[in-house]
Design a protein around this ligand. Structure first.
Ligand SMILES: Cc1cc2nc3c(=O)[nH]c(=O)nc-3n(C[C@H](O)[C@H](O)[C@H](O)COP(=O)(O)OP(=O)(O)OC[C@H]3O[C@@H](n4cnc5c(N)ncnc54)[C@H](O)[C@@H]3O)c2cc1C
Length: 407
Protein backbone atom coordinates (compact mmCIF):
# COMPACT_ATOMS: atom_id res chain seq x y z
CA UNK A 1 0.00 0.00 0.00
CA UNK A 2 1.34 3.45 -0.93
CA UNK A 3 2.43 5.52 2.07
CA UNK A 4 2.52 9.00 0.49
CA UNK A 5 -0.64 10.37 -1.09
CA UNK A 6 -0.73 13.56 -3.21
CA UNK A 7 -4.01 15.36 -3.75
CA UNK A 8 -4.65 18.08 -6.35
CA UNK A 9 -6.96 20.77 -4.91
CA UNK A 10 -7.68 21.86 -1.33
CA UNK A 11 -11.45 22.25 -1.72
CA UNK A 12 -14.14 20.19 -0.02
CA UNK A 13 -13.50 16.90 -1.83
CA UNK A 14 -9.70 17.08 -1.57
CA UNK A 15 -9.71 18.05 2.11
CA UNK A 16 -12.28 15.38 3.03
CA UNK A 17 -10.00 12.77 1.45
CA UNK A 18 -6.91 14.30 3.09
CA UNK A 19 -8.46 14.17 6.57
CA UNK A 20 -9.46 10.50 6.37
CA UNK A 21 -6.10 9.45 4.90
CA UNK A 22 -3.99 11.46 7.35
CA UNK A 23 -6.03 10.10 10.27
CA UNK A 24 -5.21 6.60 9.02
CA UNK A 25 -1.50 7.46 9.21
CA UNK A 26 -0.72 8.26 5.57
CA UNK A 27 1.70 11.01 4.60
CA UNK A 28 -0.70 13.36 2.81
CA UNK A 29 0.24 16.35 0.64
CA UNK A 30 -2.50 18.59 -0.77
CA UNK A 31 -1.47 20.94 -3.60
CA UNK A 32 -3.66 24.01 -4.10
CA UNK A 33 -3.24 26.56 -6.86
CA UNK A 34 -4.97 29.37 -4.97
CA UNK A 35 -3.73 31.16 -1.85
CA UNK A 36 -6.19 29.46 0.51
CA UNK A 37 -9.02 26.95 0.72
CA UNK A 38 -12.30 28.62 -0.19
CA UNK A 39 -10.61 31.35 -2.24
CA UNK A 40 -12.58 30.11 -5.27
CA UNK A 41 -15.60 31.56 -3.48
CA UNK A 42 -16.00 34.91 -1.79
CA UNK A 43 -18.34 34.69 1.16
CA UNK A 44 -21.39 33.33 -0.63
CA UNK A 45 -23.93 31.13 1.13
CA UNK A 46 -24.57 27.61 -0.15
CA UNK A 47 -27.00 24.92 0.98
CA UNK A 48 -25.97 21.36 1.91
CA UNK A 49 -28.95 19.23 1.00
CA UNK A 50 -30.48 16.58 3.21
CA UNK A 51 -32.69 14.81 0.69
CA UNK A 52 -30.52 12.40 -1.31
CA UNK A 53 -30.47 9.85 1.52
CA UNK A 54 -32.50 8.96 4.59
CA UNK A 55 -29.54 9.58 6.91
CA UNK A 56 -28.92 13.18 8.01
CA UNK A 57 -25.77 14.36 6.23
CA UNK A 58 -24.10 15.75 9.36
CA UNK A 59 -24.66 12.37 11.08
CA UNK A 60 -23.09 10.70 8.04
CA UNK A 61 -20.12 13.10 8.24
CA UNK A 62 -19.66 12.24 11.91
CA UNK A 63 -19.71 8.51 11.07
CA UNK A 64 -16.77 9.18 8.72
CA UNK A 65 -14.86 11.07 11.42
CA UNK A 66 -15.56 14.56 9.97
CA UNK A 67 -16.71 17.20 12.45
CA UNK A 68 -19.55 19.51 11.27
CA UNK A 69 -18.95 21.73 14.31
CA UNK A 70 -15.70 22.90 12.71
CA UNK A 71 -17.68 25.42 10.63
CA UNK A 72 -20.78 27.55 11.01
CA UNK A 73 -24.04 26.20 9.65
CA UNK A 74 -27.70 27.16 9.95
CA UNK A 75 -30.33 24.43 9.62
CA UNK A 76 -33.64 25.16 7.86
CA UNK A 77 -36.91 23.21 7.94
CA UNK A 78 -38.97 25.63 5.84
CA UNK A 79 -38.57 27.82 2.76
CA UNK A 80 -40.60 30.28 0.77
CA UNK A 81 -41.25 28.55 -2.55
CA UNK A 82 -41.90 31.26 -5.12
CA UNK A 83 -43.95 30.03 -8.06
CA UNK A 84 -43.41 31.58 -11.53
CA UNK A 85 -46.66 33.55 -11.12
CA UNK A 86 -45.29 35.07 -7.85
CA UNK A 87 -47.49 32.96 -5.54
CA UNK A 88 -45.49 32.07 -2.41
CA UNK A 89 -46.05 28.77 -0.56
CA UNK A 90 -44.09 27.00 2.18
CA UNK A 91 -42.62 23.51 1.87
CA UNK A 92 -41.86 22.43 5.44
CA UNK A 93 -40.43 19.36 7.15
CA UNK A 94 -39.93 17.99 10.66
CA UNK A 95 -36.18 18.12 11.06
CA UNK A 96 -33.55 19.53 8.70
CA UNK A 97 -34.25 20.03 5.00
CA UNK A 98 -30.82 21.59 4.35
CA UNK A 99 -28.14 23.64 6.07
CA UNK A 100 -26.72 26.93 4.90
CA UNK A 101 -22.94 27.31 5.10
CA UNK A 102 -20.65 30.08 3.95
CA UNK A 103 -17.95 29.47 1.32
CA UNK A 104 -14.70 31.42 1.47
CA UNK A 105 -11.62 32.10 3.52
CA UNK A 106 -13.14 33.48 6.76
CA UNK A 107 -12.64 31.28 9.80
CA UNK A 108 -16.30 30.19 10.09
CA UNK A 109 -16.54 29.11 6.41
CA UNK A 110 -16.92 25.41 5.57
CA UNK A 111 -13.73 25.48 3.48
CA UNK A 112 -11.71 26.66 6.50
CA UNK A 113 -13.40 24.07 8.75
CA UNK A 114 -12.29 21.32 6.35
CA UNK A 115 -8.81 22.85 6.18
CA UNK A 116 -8.53 22.75 9.99
CA UNK A 117 -9.68 19.11 10.06
CA UNK A 118 -7.08 18.11 7.45
CA UNK A 119 -4.24 19.94 9.17
CA UNK A 120 -5.06 18.61 12.63
CA UNK A 121 -5.19 15.08 11.15
CA UNK A 122 -1.61 15.66 9.96
CA UNK A 123 -2.03 16.52 6.26
CA UNK A 124 0.35 19.09 4.72
CA UNK A 125 -1.34 21.66 2.50
CA UNK A 126 0.83 23.50 -0.01
CA UNK A 127 -0.89 26.69 -1.16
CA UNK A 128 -0.09 28.65 -4.32
CA UNK A 129 1.63 25.67 -5.87
CA UNK A 130 1.21 24.16 -9.28
CA UNK A 131 1.93 20.46 -9.61
CA UNK A 132 1.19 18.13 -12.49
CA UNK A 133 -2.00 16.06 -12.20
CA UNK A 134 0.11 13.05 -13.28
CA UNK A 135 2.02 13.36 -9.99
CA UNK A 136 -1.16 13.12 -7.88
CA UNK A 137 -3.22 10.19 -6.66
CA UNK A 138 -6.48 12.09 -6.19
CA UNK A 139 -7.72 14.81 -8.54
CA UNK A 140 -9.95 17.21 -6.61
CA UNK A 141 -9.49 20.37 -8.66
CA UNK A 142 -13.15 21.37 -9.02
CA UNK A 143 -14.98 22.39 -12.21
CA UNK A 144 -13.14 23.01 -15.47
CA UNK A 145 -15.82 23.90 -18.01
CA UNK A 146 -19.15 25.68 -17.63
CA UNK A 147 -22.45 23.92 -17.97
CA UNK A 148 -24.25 26.63 -15.97
CA UNK A 149 -23.41 29.68 -13.87
CA UNK A 150 -24.69 31.34 -10.71
CA UNK A 151 -24.35 35.07 -10.11
CA UNK A 152 -25.28 36.84 -6.89
CA UNK A 153 -25.05 39.95 -4.72
CA UNK A 154 -24.18 39.97 -1.04
CA UNK A 155 -25.66 42.75 1.04
CA UNK A 156 -26.36 44.01 4.54
CA UNK A 157 -29.97 43.64 5.64
CA UNK A 158 -32.06 43.88 8.81
CA UNK A 159 -34.41 41.07 7.65
CA UNK A 160 -34.45 37.97 9.92
CA UNK A 161 -32.83 34.71 8.79
CA UNK A 162 -34.67 33.37 5.78
CA UNK A 163 -34.46 31.25 2.60
CA UNK A 164 -36.56 31.69 -0.55
CA UNK A 165 -36.35 29.54 -3.66
CA UNK A 166 -37.87 30.90 -6.85
CA UNK A 167 -38.73 28.96 -9.99
CA UNK A 168 -38.77 31.58 -12.74
CA UNK A 169 -37.66 31.07 -16.32
CA UNK A 170 -37.33 34.80 -17.03
CA UNK A 171 -35.18 35.83 -14.05
CA UNK A 172 -33.21 32.58 -14.00
CA UNK A 173 -33.28 31.06 -17.51
CA UNK A 174 -33.99 27.34 -17.24
CA UNK A 175 -33.35 27.36 -13.51
CA UNK A 176 -34.08 29.19 -10.27
CA UNK A 177 -33.08 32.12 -8.12
CA UNK A 178 -32.74 32.28 -4.35
CA UNK A 179 -32.57 34.60 -1.37
CA UNK A 180 -30.62 33.54 1.71
CA UNK A 181 -30.36 35.70 4.82
CA UNK A 182 -28.14 34.70 7.75
CA UNK A 183 -27.44 37.00 10.69
CA UNK A 184 -27.79 40.34 8.87
CA UNK A 185 -26.10 39.28 5.63
CA UNK A 186 -28.18 38.51 2.55
CA UNK A 187 -27.46 36.83 -0.77
CA UNK A 188 -29.67 37.11 -3.83
CA UNK A 189 -28.49 34.79 -6.56
CA UNK A 190 -29.75 33.86 -9.98
CA UNK A 191 -28.73 30.67 -11.74
CA UNK A 192 -28.45 30.64 -15.51
CA UNK A 193 -28.83 27.24 -17.14
CA UNK A 194 -28.84 28.99 -20.53
CA UNK A 195 -25.84 31.03 -21.63
CA UNK A 196 -26.43 34.79 -21.69
CA UNK A 197 -24.30 37.68 -22.84
CA UNK A 198 -24.93 39.92 -19.83
CA UNK A 199 -25.54 37.95 -16.65
CA UNK A 200 -25.66 41.21 -14.61
CA UNK A 201 -28.96 42.05 -16.31
CA UNK A 202 -30.56 38.92 -14.83
CA UNK A 203 -29.18 39.60 -11.38
CA UNK A 204 -30.42 43.22 -11.38
CA UNK A 205 -33.92 42.12 -12.40
CA UNK A 206 -33.90 39.33 -9.78
CA UNK A 207 -32.86 41.76 -7.04
CA UNK A 208 -35.64 44.12 -8.19
CA UNK A 209 -38.11 41.27 -7.81
CA UNK A 210 -37.01 40.38 -4.26
CA UNK A 211 -36.90 44.03 -3.19
CA UNK A 212 -40.49 44.51 -4.18
CA UNK A 213 -41.63 41.39 -2.27
CA UNK A 214 -39.50 41.48 0.91
CA UNK A 215 -38.51 44.28 3.33
CA UNK A 216 -34.77 43.97 2.80
CA UNK A 217 -33.27 47.44 3.36
CA UNK A 218 -30.48 46.17 1.14
CA UNK A 219 -27.03 47.73 1.28
CA UNK A 220 -24.84 46.03 -1.38
CA UNK A 221 -21.44 44.67 -0.29
CA UNK A 222 -20.12 42.66 -3.25
CA UNK A 223 -21.06 40.47 -6.16
CA UNK A 224 -20.03 36.82 -6.38
CA UNK A 225 -20.57 33.83 -8.60
CA UNK A 226 -19.13 30.81 -10.29
CA UNK A 227 -19.63 27.96 -12.68
CA UNK A 228 -20.80 24.38 -12.48
CA UNK A 229 -19.45 21.52 -14.58
CA UNK A 230 -21.85 18.64 -15.19
CA UNK A 231 -20.61 15.45 -16.78
CA UNK A 232 -20.72 11.68 -16.52
CA UNK A 233 -17.28 10.18 -17.13
CA UNK A 234 -16.93 6.66 -18.46
CA UNK A 235 -14.64 5.93 -15.49
CA UNK A 236 -13.99 7.63 -12.16
CA UNK A 237 -10.46 6.26 -11.88
CA UNK A 238 -8.14 6.84 -14.78
CA UNK A 239 -4.44 6.00 -15.09
CA UNK A 240 -4.24 5.26 -11.34
CA UNK A 241 -5.77 8.62 -10.43
CA UNK A 242 -9.06 8.93 -8.55
CA UNK A 243 -11.34 11.77 -9.67
CA UNK A 244 -13.49 13.28 -6.92
CA UNK A 245 -15.99 16.16 -6.62
CA UNK A 246 -16.65 18.30 -9.64
CA UNK A 247 -13.31 17.30 -11.20
CA UNK A 248 -14.99 13.91 -11.57
CA UNK A 249 -18.21 15.48 -12.86
CA UNK A 250 -19.93 14.64 -9.56
CA UNK A 251 -22.48 17.43 -9.60
CA UNK A 252 -26.25 17.67 -9.38
CA UNK A 253 -27.42 18.39 -12.95
CA UNK A 254 -30.80 19.55 -11.73
CA UNK A 255 -30.01 22.24 -9.13
CA UNK A 256 -26.19 22.26 -8.69
CA UNK A 257 -26.12 20.94 -5.10
CA UNK A 258 -22.58 19.55 -5.49
CA UNK A 259 -21.14 19.92 -1.97
CA UNK A 260 -22.51 16.67 -0.60
CA UNK A 261 -21.25 14.71 -3.63
CA UNK A 262 -17.84 16.41 -3.27
CA UNK A 263 -17.42 15.47 0.40
CA UNK A 264 -18.84 11.96 -0.06
CA UNK A 265 -16.61 11.21 -3.05
CA UNK A 266 -13.54 12.52 -1.18
CA UNK A 267 -14.33 10.13 1.68
CA UNK A 268 -14.91 7.19 -0.70
CA UNK A 269 -11.59 7.91 -2.48
CA UNK A 270 -9.75 7.83 0.86
CA UNK A 271 -11.52 4.63 1.94
CA UNK A 272 -10.62 3.02 -1.37
CA UNK A 273 -6.91 3.91 -0.96
CA UNK A 274 -7.14 2.39 2.52
CA UNK A 275 -8.50 -0.80 0.89
CA UNK A 276 -11.83 -0.40 2.68
CA UNK A 277 -13.83 -0.25 -0.57
CA UNK A 278 -13.47 0.04 -4.32
CA UNK A 279 -13.98 3.68 -5.41
CA UNK A 280 -15.36 2.93 -8.87
CA UNK A 281 -17.89 0.43 -7.46
CA UNK A 282 -18.99 2.66 -4.56
CA UNK A 283 -19.39 5.80 -6.68
CA UNK A 284 -21.42 3.86 -9.21
CA UNK A 285 -23.58 2.38 -6.47
CA UNK A 286 -24.09 5.47 -4.29
CA UNK A 287 -23.66 8.60 -6.39
CA UNK A 288 -24.06 7.83 -10.10
CA UNK A 289 -27.76 6.78 -9.82
CA UNK A 290 -28.53 10.11 -8.11
CA UNK A 291 -26.57 12.05 -10.72
CA UNK A 292 -28.21 10.20 -13.61
CA UNK A 293 -31.60 10.95 -12.10
CA UNK A 294 -30.66 14.61 -11.72
CA UNK A 295 -29.68 14.61 -15.42
CA UNK A 296 -33.06 13.13 -16.38
CA UNK A 297 -34.79 15.77 -14.24
CA UNK A 298 -32.67 18.48 -15.87
CA UNK A 299 -33.66 17.17 -19.31
CA UNK A 300 -37.32 17.48 -18.34
CA UNK A 301 -36.77 20.96 -16.81
CA UNK A 302 -35.06 22.07 -20.03
CA UNK A 303 -38.20 21.19 -21.96
CA UNK A 304 -40.53 23.34 -19.90
CA UNK A 305 -40.81 27.03 -19.21
CA UNK A 306 -42.78 28.75 -16.49
CA UNK A 307 -45.86 26.60 -17.14
CA UNK A 308 -43.83 23.50 -16.29
CA UNK A 309 -42.31 25.22 -13.26
CA UNK A 310 -45.80 26.09 -12.02
CA UNK A 311 -46.82 22.45 -12.43
CA UNK A 312 -43.77 21.37 -10.36
CA UNK A 313 -44.50 23.90 -7.60
CA UNK A 314 -48.17 22.83 -7.40
CA UNK A 315 -47.22 19.15 -7.45
CA UNK A 316 -44.75 19.76 -4.59
CA UNK A 317 -47.41 21.40 -2.43
CA UNK A 318 -50.02 18.70 -3.25
CA UNK A 319 -47.45 16.05 -2.30
CA UNK A 320 -46.82 17.87 1.01
CA UNK A 321 -50.55 18.00 1.78
CA UNK A 322 -50.85 14.27 1.08
CA UNK A 323 -47.73 13.10 2.95
CA UNK A 324 -47.47 15.82 5.62
CA UNK A 325 -43.79 16.45 4.82
CA UNK A 326 -42.38 18.82 2.15
CA UNK A 327 -39.05 16.98 2.07
CA UNK A 328 -40.65 13.76 0.75
CA UNK A 329 -41.09 15.49 -2.63
CA UNK A 330 -37.38 16.34 -2.85
CA UNK A 331 -36.50 12.75 -1.92
CA UNK A 332 -38.89 11.47 -4.60
CA UNK A 333 -37.31 13.78 -7.18
CA UNK A 334 -34.02 11.88 -6.83
CA UNK A 335 -35.61 8.40 -6.85
CA UNK A 336 -36.95 7.79 -10.32
CA UNK A 337 -39.69 5.39 -11.21
CA UNK A 338 -39.92 3.39 -14.43
CA UNK A 339 -41.02 6.38 -16.54
CA UNK A 340 -38.08 8.62 -15.69
CA UNK A 341 -35.57 5.75 -15.81
CA UNK A 342 -36.80 4.83 -19.28
CA UNK A 343 -35.88 8.31 -20.51
CA UNK A 344 -32.14 7.82 -19.83
CA UNK A 345 -31.13 6.73 -23.40
CA UNK A 346 -32.91 9.80 -24.84
CA UNK A 347 -31.30 12.10 -22.24
CA UNK A 348 -27.85 10.73 -23.03
CA UNK A 349 -28.24 11.20 -26.77
CA UNK A 350 -29.99 14.54 -26.81
CA UNK A 351 -28.66 16.47 -23.78
CA UNK A 352 -25.11 15.19 -23.28
CA UNK A 353 -22.13 15.45 -25.61
CA UNK A 354 -19.32 12.92 -25.72
CA UNK A 355 -15.97 14.62 -25.17
CA UNK A 356 -12.37 13.49 -24.77
CA UNK A 357 -10.71 15.60 -22.07
CA UNK A 358 -7.04 16.69 -22.11
CA UNK A 359 -6.21 14.01 -19.54
CA UNK A 360 -7.58 11.32 -21.86
CA UNK A 361 -10.83 10.69 -19.97
CA UNK A 362 -13.99 10.31 -22.01
CA UNK A 363 -17.04 12.03 -20.54
CA UNK A 364 -20.63 12.71 -21.51
CA UNK A 365 -20.99 16.33 -20.49
CA UNK A 366 -23.84 18.78 -20.52
CA UNK A 367 -22.84 21.80 -22.62
CA UNK A 368 -23.97 25.27 -21.60
CA UNK A 369 -27.26 25.63 -23.50
CA UNK A 370 -27.70 28.51 -25.93
CA UNK A 371 -30.07 31.33 -25.01
CA UNK A 372 -33.63 31.36 -26.33
CA UNK A 373 -35.52 34.19 -27.96
CA UNK A 374 -37.61 34.64 -24.82
CA UNK A 375 -34.42 35.46 -22.85
CA UNK A 376 -34.30 38.88 -24.47
CA UNK A 377 -36.48 41.38 -22.66
CA UNK A 378 -36.30 45.03 -21.68
CA UNK A 379 -35.08 45.59 -18.11
CA UNK A 380 -37.47 47.28 -15.71
CA UNK A 381 -36.72 50.81 -14.41
CA UNK A 382 -36.11 49.36 -10.95
CA UNK A 383 -33.57 46.88 -12.34
CA UNK A 384 -31.79 49.70 -14.19
CA UNK A 385 -31.60 51.67 -10.91
CA UNK A 386 -30.16 48.61 -9.15
CA UNK A 387 -27.54 48.26 -11.90
CA UNK A 388 -26.56 51.93 -11.46
CA UNK A 389 -26.47 51.51 -7.69
CA UNK A 390 -24.06 48.57 -8.12
CA UNK A 391 -21.84 50.59 -10.52
CA UNK A 392 -21.53 53.29 -7.85
CA UNK A 393 -20.83 50.78 -5.06
CA UNK A 394 -18.23 49.08 -7.24
CA UNK A 395 -16.42 52.39 -7.83
CA UNK A 396 -16.01 52.70 -4.05
CA UNK A 397 -13.99 49.46 -4.10
CA UNK A 398 -16.64 46.70 -3.74
CA UNK A 399 -15.42 43.45 -5.24
CA UNK A 400 -16.82 41.50 -8.16
CA UNK A 401 -15.40 37.99 -7.88
CA UNK A 402 -16.93 36.70 -11.10
CA UNK A 403 -17.12 37.95 -14.66
CA UNK A 404 -18.54 36.75 -17.99
CA UNK A 405 -15.06 35.50 -18.96
CA UNK A 406 -14.94 33.20 -15.91
CA UNK A 407 -17.72 31.16 -17.43
C1 LIG B 1 -22.09 30.19 -7.13
C2 LIG B 1 -22.19 28.75 -6.74
C3 LIG B 1 -23.18 28.36 -5.86
C4 LIG B 1 -23.27 27.03 -5.45
N1 LIG B 1 -24.23 26.68 -4.58
C5 LIG B 1 -24.26 25.43 -4.09
C6 LIG B 1 -25.20 25.06 -3.10
O1 LIG B 1 -26.03 25.87 -2.66
N2 LIG B 1 -25.16 23.79 -2.63
C7 LIG B 1 -24.26 22.87 -3.07
O2 LIG B 1 -24.26 21.73 -2.58
N3 LIG B 1 -23.39 23.19 -4.03
C8 LIG B 1 -23.35 24.44 -4.55
N4 LIG B 1 -22.44 24.76 -5.50
C9 LIG B 1 -21.54 23.70 -6.00
C10 LIG B 1 -20.41 23.43 -5.03
O3 LIG B 1 -19.80 24.64 -4.67
C11 LIG B 1 -19.37 22.52 -5.69
O4 LIG B 1 -20.03 21.42 -6.27
C12 LIG B 1 -18.32 22.01 -4.70
O5 LIG B 1 -17.63 23.06 -4.10
C13 LIG B 1 -17.35 21.11 -5.44
O6 LIG B 1 -16.32 20.72 -4.55
P1 LIG B 1 -14.94 20.29 -5.15
O7 LIG B 1 -14.10 19.79 -4.03
O8 LIG B 1 -15.12 19.44 -6.34
O9 LIG B 1 -14.37 21.67 -5.69
P2 LIG B 1 -13.92 22.96 -4.84
O10 LIG B 1 -14.50 22.96 -3.50
O11 LIG B 1 -14.15 24.12 -5.73
O12 LIG B 1 -12.37 22.76 -4.72
C14 LIG B 1 -11.51 22.66 -5.85
C15 LIG B 1 -10.17 23.25 -5.44
O13 LIG B 1 -9.20 22.91 -6.41
C16 LIG B 1 -8.39 24.05 -6.67
N5 LIG B 1 -7.76 23.90 -7.99
C17 LIG B 1 -8.32 24.10 -9.22
N6 LIG B 1 -7.41 23.81 -10.17
C18 LIG B 1 -6.27 23.42 -9.53
C19 LIG B 1 -4.98 23.01 -9.99
N7 LIG B 1 -4.69 22.92 -11.29
N8 LIG B 1 -4.06 22.71 -9.06
C20 LIG B 1 -4.34 22.78 -7.74
N9 LIG B 1 -5.54 23.17 -7.25
C21 LIG B 1 -6.49 23.48 -8.15
C22 LIG B 1 -9.37 25.20 -6.56
O14 LIG B 1 -8.69 26.42 -6.32
C23 LIG B 1 -10.23 24.77 -5.38
O15 LIG B 1 -9.71 25.21 -4.16
C24 LIG B 1 -22.35 26.07 -5.95
C25 LIG B 1 -21.37 26.46 -6.86
C26 LIG B 1 -21.29 27.79 -7.26
C27 LIG B 1 -20.21 28.17 -8.23
Amino acid sequence: MKERIDILGAGLSGLAAATILAKAGKEVHVHEIRKDSGARFDGDFQGIENWTSEIDFFEEMKSWGLDPDEFKSNAFDVIDLIHPDDVITNPVTNGTAFRVVERGTDEHCIDQGFKRMAISAGAKIHYETRVKPEDCDIIAAGPKDSSAIAFGEIFHTDHPNHVSFQLNDKLAPGAYSYLIIIDGIGLICTCLWRKQKKSGRYLNETIAWYESHYELNRIPIKRVGGKGDFSLPQKYTHENKIYVGEAGGLQDFMWGFGMRYAITSGVLAAQSILDECDYETEVRKRLVPLIKTSAINRFLMNRVGDRGFKFVANYWMRDQRKKGDGLRFMKWVYQPGIFRKSLWPIVKISMLRKKKLDDGRVVHRMPFRESLRRDNWEPSDKALDIGEQWDKVRKTGASLSFSESDS
